[in-house]
Write a protein that binds this ligand. Structure first.
Ligand code: ZN
Length: 124
């Protein structure tokens, strides 16, 4: 697994994951909650976005299962946060046959190698 490193745009996000918080962006103009990797409000085009912690609950939208090391299955998912934005994240601890659209999930954090802590999701 490739470790994740920060850049200027993601530094605040990874400061959050390091302390166990999943940060999302909010548009102060129109109050829309926006995925952390989206730099501009899709509704009103504001780039003056603020950060705030998400609640950490989500549902599974879609996923793909890819072979991992030692015959394990790695589940790469797209989840919809309760606040609305979608995130790409690994789904851990759920057997591939138990995955289902709408599965209730909660966030956790995982470090791969010496990279940044990244959000992962478990069954809620
Ligand atoms: Zn906006």
């Amino acid at each position: 697994m490739i470790s994740v490193s920060r850049n200027e745009a993601s530094a605040e996000f990874f400061d959050g994951t390091a302390r166990g918080e999943l940060l999302v962006r909010r548009c102060p103009q129109c109050s829309l909650v926006i995925a952390p990797n989206v730099p501009q409000c899709p509704d009103c085009a504001s780039i003056d976005l603020t950060w705030e912690p998400a609640g950490g609950t989500a549902t599974l939208v879609t996923w793909t299962v890819v072979p991992g090391p030692d015959d394990t299955a790695v589940v790469a998912g797209i989840v919809e946060l309760t606040e609305g934005p979608w995130l790409h994240a690994r789904i851990l601890g759920v057997a591939p046959e138990d995955l289902a659209e709408g599965l209730a999930l909660s966030v956790g954090f995982q470090r791969y190698g010496d990279g940044e802590a990244v959000p992962v999701f478990h069954a809620a």
